[in-house]
Each structure stands twice: as C-alpha cells, then as structure tokens.
Write a protein that binds this ligand. Structure first.
Ligand code: PLP
Length: 407
C-alpha cells in the first residue's frame, strides 16, 4: 500500500484480498517486501524503552511482531470481517494459543466429535492434563450441544464442514447457545475459508485457520491464524504469543499473504470442479456413497448452501462398495494406487488434487469400532480437489473404480 494514498472505505473482499497489507517501504515495491529479520534496530534508547513498554508502536523483535506477519494478519482479518488477527506457526498452534488464552484449570469445553484429529487430541488429552475438561458431542445435533453445557462451560468449538465426511453444523445456532451460556464460540474455518463462510458474521467469537491449506493454496508452507475482536487480540492473544512463541515465520507469512491474493478464484474454481466430480462419482456403480455438501443427497445440504453462499467447497469424501471391510480397503487402495494424476497425500487446499485413505492415515490410530462410530469406513476415500481439468481427475479415478470388481 502507498502510505500517501490510504485505501478508500467500502472495498469488496476481492479487492481487499489483493490490496490490504502494510505500507510499502521507501523503495515503493509493488509486490510486498519480505522482512526476513529477527530483530529491528532502534533509533534511540528512549524509543526502544517505550516500544518494549508497549507505549509506542514499532517493531523490536520478531517473536513480538514482524511487518510481513502484520501484513498477512491485516489481510486475513479484512477477509474474515474481523477487527484483528494473529499469525501462528501452524493451524494447531492457533488452537493451542486459543486454548491457553481462554481456558484455565476447572473450565469446561464442548466440542464436536467430528473435528480434526489433532484438535480432538489437543482438547481430549493435552488440555485435560491441565485440568480443562472437554465433552465431545454430535456435529449436527444442537440439542446434544445444549445438553452438554455446564455452569463452568467457557468455550464451544466447532469446525464446518469437517474432515473427511464434510458434516456441517449450524454456526448461528451454536453461537446463540454459547452466548446464552456465557461462553464463547470458536470455529475452525479451514475447509470453507472466508470466501464461502464468515463465522464472525454468524455470531462466532474466534475464527481459527490452518494457513497450510487453502490460504497458502499451493502446499508450500505451514501457517496458522486466529481472528477475533481487537480487545481479545490486544489483551489476551498478542501478549500470550509473545510469551509462548508459536509465532508465524516471516517467510511463511509472506507466502500465505501472497496466497490470499488468489484465494477467492482458487476456492471458487476448485469448488466448481469438486461439484462436477462429486456428481460423476454419485453415478459410478462402484461407489457406495458420496459425501459432498453441494449434493442434494448430503444430509445438511440446505444448511450448507445457506451458510456457505451456495457453494459446497473443494473437499469430497466417497466410499467404494465391498462385501467386507477387508474388500472395501483393498478396493480403496486399488483406486489410490491406480491414480496417476492425483497426488497420494493427506494435505488439502492445494491446487494439485490430493487423494488419501482416512482409515489408514488421519484416522489410523483409532480402533476399528471408533472408526465405524466416526463413519470412517475402510472403503472411504477423501479427495481434496485442485485446479486440474475435472475430466482428467474423473478419468484418473475411473482407472481404479472401473475394475474394482477384480479386487
Ligand atoms: C490441517 C488442519 C488443522 C491443523 O493445521 P496445521 O496447519 O496442519 O497445524 C486444523 N484444522 C483443520 C480442519 C485442518 O484441516
């Protein structure tokens, strides 16, 4: 941004994604500078003292703040409609920061049991060690969330759509429930991104991002972020991360900051490809079920369309038919191994289509009974759709699906 020409008010999200950041340096670069520095030279001792005492803005040390990180934080906050954001080293470190900032021993959390696996472990095992109790409830049944509330409930945590089954929860309903109980609602917006869904506008108090996924969009760096009110950022999260140190590296911040410039076009194009592939999968004789919010067969299709601006997103799960779990697994492995375009990898949000088998990867540490309860059957395949031509991805899947009968 040009320091002499501040951006006008009322710009559209597509414009904000390209234009919001920090002022250009005196050299007037158009592509944002990368501030790869751990510390900042202070003009004089008195200024240094004021900056360290938080009495004056100004950079001192990159664990406290860094211009490349600030630029990313401002741009993401603008897209989420948040007053402020804070960059973190990864998505998990954003959730850790949130928990450390909002919870203490004796507090209670209600969390969907369909959230990301590491999130389940963080709440269920790690926070439990510090005396924070978590009740896991149905992703979709608001009555179960209500029944789980206790006088000491401080936080409701949701993710929508979820991994891998793309289950959708009602953000506005959960926000109302949280606020009636004197608690906050945090939403992991990794799958939908602010292009499709703005949880803060629906009543959530905190938004979590794994920047590793769609925000980067090309699978290059680990990154994360937390969006919230200016008050929560200034009084809780910024002082905390300065102590705990899970900060976003300037280089990664720069990559993700540039990634946000193309976020909307990527998410819309990848979602359009996903819808086409999901419709085709639903008609394939070797496929048992397709889980995709954009299909009328999805159990929360109407809610998803209302909450996500009519778009289903870029992640699909589908299961192959099979007489037994062993046969389903053999067929799923055959589909994965037959793919020559899709990458066999567990990330998502990449412009390259990624294919994986949740039961032996993200959900591999669960018992078979836990997997069944979670709906992660042996025949389930997750497809994170990229920017390739959808016909090429269909042909790549057909390579394995068309001769599943032989496995
Ligand atoms: C990947 C992911 C995370 C964790 O993010 P990392 O950047 O890998 O730490 C959290 N939530 C969801 C929904 C994710 O997909």
């Amino acid at each position: 941004m040009n320091p002499d020409k501040p951006l006008p008010e009322g710009l559209h999200p597509d414009t904000l994604a390209v234009r919001v950041g920090i002022d250009a340096s005196p050299y007037g670069e158009n592509s944002e500078a990368l501030y790869l520095t751990s510390c900042f030279v202070q003009p004089d001792a008195a200024t240094s003292a004021r900056r360290f005492a938080n009495e004056e803005d100004g950079y001192t040390y990159s664990r406290t703040s860094n211009p490349s990180v600030t630029a990313f934080e401002r741009r993401l906050a603008a897209l989420e409609g948040a007053e402020a954001a804070i960059g973190t080293a990864s998505g998990m470190s954003a959730i850790l920061l949130m928990g450390m900032g909002l919870l203490k021993a004796g507090d209670h959390v209600v969390c969907s049991r369909s959230v990301f696996g590491s999130t389940m472990k963080l709440f269920g095992s790690e926070f439990a060690k510090f005396g924070v109790e978590t009740t896991f409830v149905s992703q979709t049944d608001v009555a179960e969330w209500r029944a789980a509330l206790k006088p000491n409930t401080k936080l409701l945590f949701a993710e929508t759509p979820t991994n891998p089954l793309t289950e959708v929860c009602d953000i506005a309903a959960l926000a109302a429930l949280a606020h009636d109980a004197g608690a906050l609602l945090a939403v992991d917006n990794c799958f939908a991104t602010p292009v499709l869904q703005k949880p803060l506008a629906l009543g959530a108090d905190v938004v979590i991002h794994s920047g590793t996924k769609f925000l980067d969009g090309q699978g290059r760096v680990m990154a994360g972020a937390l969006c919230a009110s200016q008050k929560l950022i200034d009084e809780v999260f910024a002082p905390l991360i300065r102590t705990t140190g899970q900060v976003l590296a300037p280089f990664n911040a720069w990559v993700v900051h540039k990634g946000l410039e193309t976020l909307a076009v990527r998410v819309r194009a990848q979602s359009a490809n996903a819808l086409q592939i999901a419709q085709w999968l639903e008609s394939h004789p070797a496929v048992d079920r397709v889980f995709y919010p954009g299909l009328p067969s999805h159990p929360q299709h109407a809610l998803a369309m209302a909450q996500q601006g009519g778009v289903g997103g870029a992640v699909i799960a589908f299961s192959v038919k099979g007489a037994s779990p062993e046969q389903q697994r053999a067929r799923a492995f055959h589909v994965l191994d037959s793919a020559r375009v899709c990458s066999l990898a567990t990330n998502l949000g990449d412009v390259k289509t990624l294919i994986c088998h949740p039961a032996s990867t993200s959900h591999g540490r669960l018992t078979e009974a836990q997997r069944q309860a979670a709906g992660v059957v042996q025949g389930l395949i997750r497809l994170a759709v990229g920017l390739e031509h959808p016909a090429d991805i269909q042909a790549d899947l057909a390579r394995g699906l068309d001769d599943c009968d032989n496995y």
